[in-house]
Design a protein around this ligand. Structure first.
Ligand SMILES: Cc1cc2nc3c(=O)[nH]c(=O)nc-3n(C[C@H](O)[C@H](O)[C@H](O)COP(=O)(O)O)c2cc1C
Length: 377
C-alpha cells in the first residue's frame, strides 16, 4: 500500500481513523471539554507562529537527532501518554512501543492504558517511559514506582493537570462508558465497524491491566469511575517530594502551564518540565499551550529540558514549538489516529510523516540543526 501518497499527513490519518472506529471511540479520542475552544485555540496558537525563511544556505540535510535526559533519540518528538489507547486499536500500546524502539523515539505509557509497563518495557527497554497519575493509596504509589524501576524504565512522568475529571460533554453525548456498555445502540455502532469489532473480539476488550493487581476484577469493570476513586487529582508538593524520594530515575512533571509552577517543580527536584494543557481536554479557559510556553522556557531553559504538547499535528508544529524554546515535542492524538487508521503499521507511518515534514520545513527555513530553530523567532 502506498501510504505516503494515500495518507500524506496526520489529518489524512485522522479522517481514516474516524471511518474505522466506532463513534464512541472516535469521539473519545477527538474530544476536548466544554465548548472545545481550547482544542481550537491550541491549533490557532500554533498556526499563528510565523517564521521567516533564510535563503542561500546551500545544500544540506537537517540534523534532527537530539539528546534528552541522558539518551539519544532520532528526532525531537515522541508519543504522549494516552489512556484507554487499546480502545482505539487493540494492542495499540505494543504497536507504538515497537515503533518507538525501531525508530528510536520515546513512548509514554499511560498508567490507565490497556497494557502494562512490564510488557511495554520488554518491547522497548530503552524507549519506554511510564506515566502515572497520583494514586490516593501510598501502597499503590510505592508499588507502581517499584514495578516501573524493576522493568528498567528510566523516566517517570507524573501528570498533574487533572485535578478532577472534566465534563467532556461530547463523550457523554456519544454514550462512552469504560468499558463499553453493550446496549443496542453501542452494538449497532460496533457492527458498523467490523474490522475494529473482529480485532477487539480476538484481542479481548480493553482492560486497565496495569491497575488490575490492586483491585478485584469485578471492581475493575467499573472502569472510569474506579480510576476517579483511586486517583488523587489534587496532590501537593509534599506528595511530589515523596515521589522524588522514591524514584531515582528521570522525573518529569506533566501538565505545567504557569512559569511559577515550573520553577517550583524544579525546586522540588523535577528533571524536566512538560508544558501541556492535556490537549484541551481539561480546562477550556486555559491559554493555548504554545502561548504558555515562552514564559516557562524563559525561566526553565537554563536549568532543565522543556517538553511540549497540545495541538501538534505535523513537522511544522514541531519547528514552531522548538522556536518558542521547547526542547522536545509529543503528540497524543496524532499517533493514535495513525494506529486507528492503519493498525500495525500506523505508528511507523506517523513517524515517517513527522520526520519528513520536520526535515522539509527546516530546509524551507534554512535551518540545519534543531539549535538553529531556537534563534529563529
Ligand atoms: C484520548 C486521550 C487520552 C489521554 N490520556 C492521558 C493519560 O492517561 N495520561 C496523560 O498524562 N495524558 C493523557 N492525555 C493527554 C496527552 O498525553 C497529551 O497531553 C495530549 O494528547 C496532547 O495533545 P494532542 O492530542 O493535541 O497531541 C490523553 C489525551 C487523549 C487525546
Amino acid at each position: 500500500m502506498d501510504y505516503a501518497n494515500k495518507y500524506p499527513s496526520i489529518w489524512h490519518l485522522a479522517a481514516r481513523a474516524r471511518k474505522r472506529l466506532p463513534f464512541f471511540a472516535a469521539e473519545y479520542l477527538d474530544s476536548g471539554t466544554g465548548m472545545e475552544s481550547l482544542v481550537d485555540r491550541n491549533r490557532q496558537g500554533l498556526d499563528a507562529v510565523q517564521l521567516t525563511p533564510r535563503v542561500m544556505g546551500g545544500r544540506f540535510t537537517p540534523n534532527i537527532g537530539t539528546d534528552l535526559l541522558g539518551q539519544s533519540y532520532s528526532a525531537p518528538f515522541g508519543v504522549a501518554p494516552v489512556g484507554m489507547s487499546g480502545l482505539m486499536w487493540p494492542g495499540a500500546e505494543h504497536i507504538l512501543a515497537r515503533m518507538a524502539r525501531d525508530k528510536s523515539i520515546p513512548y509514554g505509557l499511560s498508567m490507565v492504558a490497556n497494557e502494562t509497563p512490564e510488557t511495554v518495557a520488554e518491547i522497548a527497554p530503552n524507549q519506554a517511559w511510564m506515566q502515572i497519575y497520583c494514586p490516593k493509596e501510598p501502597e499503590v504509589l510505592d508499588d507502581l514506582i517499584a514495578r516501573t524501576k524493576a522493568t528498567g524504565i528510566k523516566t517517570l512522568i507524573v501528570t498533574v493537570d487533572v485535578p478532577v475529571g472534566s465534563r467532556r460533554e461530547r463523550q457523554l453525548a456519544a454514550g462512552l462508558t469504560v468499558p463499553p456498555k453493550m446496549d443496542v445502540k453501542t452494538l449497532w455502532r460496533v457492527a458498523k465497524r467490523p474490522e475494529w469489532a473482529l480485532k477487539t473480539l480476538s484481542y479481548g476488550e480493553p482492560r486497565f491491566k496495569t491497575l488490575e493487581s490492586y483491585f478485584p476484577k469485578n471492581q475493575m469493570r467499573e472502569g472510569a469511575k474506579l480510576i476517579g476513586n483511586i486517583v488523587d487529582g489534587r496532590p501537593d508538593w509534599d506528595y511530589f517530594d515523596r515521589i522524588r524520594a522514591a524514584w531515582d530515575g528521570n522525573l518529569v512533571l506533566k501538565g505545567i502551564m504557569h512559569a511559577q509552577d515550573a520553577t517550583a517543580a524544579l525546586d522540588h527536584g523535577a528533571d524536566a518540565i512538560w508544558v501541556s494543557n492535556h490537549g484541551g481536554r481539561q480546562f477550556d479557559g486555559a491559554p493555548a499551550a504554545i502561548d504558555a510556553l515562552p514564559a516557562v522556557t524563559k525561566i526553565v531553559a537554563s536549568r532543565a529540558p522543556v517538553l511540549f504538547d497540545s495541538g501538534i499535528r505535523g513537522g511544522l508544529d514541531i519547528v514552531r514549538a522548538l522556536s518558542r524554546g521547547a526542547d522536545f515535542c509529543f503528540l497524543g492524538r496524532g499517533f493514535l489516529y495513525a494506529v486507528a487508521a492503519l493498525g500495525d503499521v500506523g505508528g511507523n507511518h506517523a513517524y515517517d510523516i513527522l520526520r519528513g515534514d520536520l526535515e522539509n520545513n527546516m530546509i524551507q527555513l534554512g535551518a540545519r540543526t534543531l539549535n538553529e530553530l531556537k534563534d529563529l523567532s
